[in-house]
Design a protein around this ligand. Structure first.
Ligand code: CO
Ligand code: CO
Length: 358
């Protein structure tokens, strides 16, 4: 991974994060606000071929084309989260592709969404952002086939991705089963590390975080089919943090999740970054979002609690897997996802959706 990543951009050094107020998935509209608005909108989807829609807060929509094929559609875009244009483009693309992987699908085509301040930034920066995305797409064996761009005050970039999945083999967030083990494929902490970038840290300080965000969640490229079929449910951990996405998955599945804080992999530097107070608005809103539905051990250190609600950009997959196969899966995954860990297990629905122990 480290060798493969062309980390440095050709364009003259700019500090993209200094050109925006909020970065990455931390700039998401808070989950509770979004829920309220979508609820009032009362979307009616009557087409029986829509297998997964927005109501379950899954990662992407799935539309059945025939018995063997369904298309997955998703979109993600955000403001610069890192300083180097190439890395920003790559992270935005990997993050957008992630929602296709989280459904058990393979990405095929992508459309770029780009807002760019023509007056203040050099065109070479735009080119580098697109190069980063193109390299990620090539690694994902998918293609950039179009897009839309506007001249805007603030840079924003992302992709609308279409992928394919067999309708019987897709993963949703609503089928976690009692007894399942929960595997997290990447370490967390990108929210605080990138908040640090805006406040004094430099990219070299958070290199592990950058590499993690640049890594595709393409676990199906590595997992043999007979193992992959034991994944009962999946989601990717992004803006709502590990607890927010765990809670959504537990609720959608009608079960409770038990997470063990000590087993959650942490990106190097994230602990000290949290202790230095490099936080985002999302740390607060994510904590409020899960509060009514979660029981968190009171002896957990404050930084550790912040870490669990740290908004991830291009975070890992959270997999709910048959317990018998979790070790075999980890063994295969850990070659490429060196931080992958079992972080908890699934129980019958209890008073709370989420239990966090030390
Ligand atoms: Co997602
Ligand atoms: Co997403």
């Amino acid at each position: 991974m480290k060798q493969k990543l062309k980390i440095y951009s050709d364009s003259k050094k700019v500090h993209l994060t200094q050109t925006v107020q909020k970065g990455g998935c931390a700039a998401k509209i808070p989950a509770a606000t979004l829920r309220e608005v979508l609820h009032s909108l009362n979307i009616v989807n009557v087409d029986p071929n829509i297998l997964v829609k927005n109501s379950s807060f899954d990662d992407a929509a799935v539309y059945k084309i025939n018995d063997e094929l369904a298309s997955i559609q998703t979109i993600d875009f955000f403001t610069p989260i890192v300083d180097t244009p190439y890395i920003y483009g790559r992270i935005a693309a990997v993050n957008a592709l992630s929602d296709v992987y989280a459904m058990g699908g393979l990405p095929k085509t992508a459309l770029a969404v780009l807002a760019f301040p023509l007056k203040t930034l050099d065109m070479s920066i735009m080119l580098d952002i697109l190069k980063g995305a193109q390299d990620a797409l090539a690694e994902a064996k998918s293609s950039l086939v179009g897009g839309h761009s506007i001249d805007d005050d603030t840079t924003k970039f992302g992709l609308a991705v279409t992928g394919h999945v067999h309708p019987k083999q897709m993963w949703t967030n609503s089928n976690a089963l009692e007894g399942d083990h929960l595997i997290l494929t990447k370490a967390i902490g990108t929210g605080t590390l990138t908040a640090g970038l805006k406040r004094g840290l430099c990219e070299d300080d958070i290199m592990d975080g950058l590499l993690s965000m640049c890594q595709l969640n393409n676990i199906l490229d590595y997992l043999p089919k007979d193992l992959a079929l034991h994944i009962n449910a999946a989601t990717d951990v992004t803006g709502f943090g590990l607890l927010g996405h765990s809670m959504q998955m537990a609720q959608a599945s009608g079960v409770s999740f038990n997470l063990k804080a000590a087993d959650v992999p942490i990106l190097p530097g994230a602990k000290s970054s949290l202790e230095q107070g490099f936080l985002t608005r999302a740390h607060k809103t994510n904590r409020e979002y899960v509060k009514p539905f979660a029981q968190i051990d009171e002896t957990l250190m404050p930084w550790n609690e912040q870490l669990l609600v740290d908004p991830q950009t291009s975070g890992g997959l959270l997999l709910s897997v048959k317990p018998k196969y979790s070790k075999a899966m980890l063994d295969v995954l850990s070659t490429n996802f060196t931080q992958a860990q079992v972080v908890g297990h699934v129980t019958k629905k209890d008073a709370k959706d989420l239990y966090v122990t030390c």
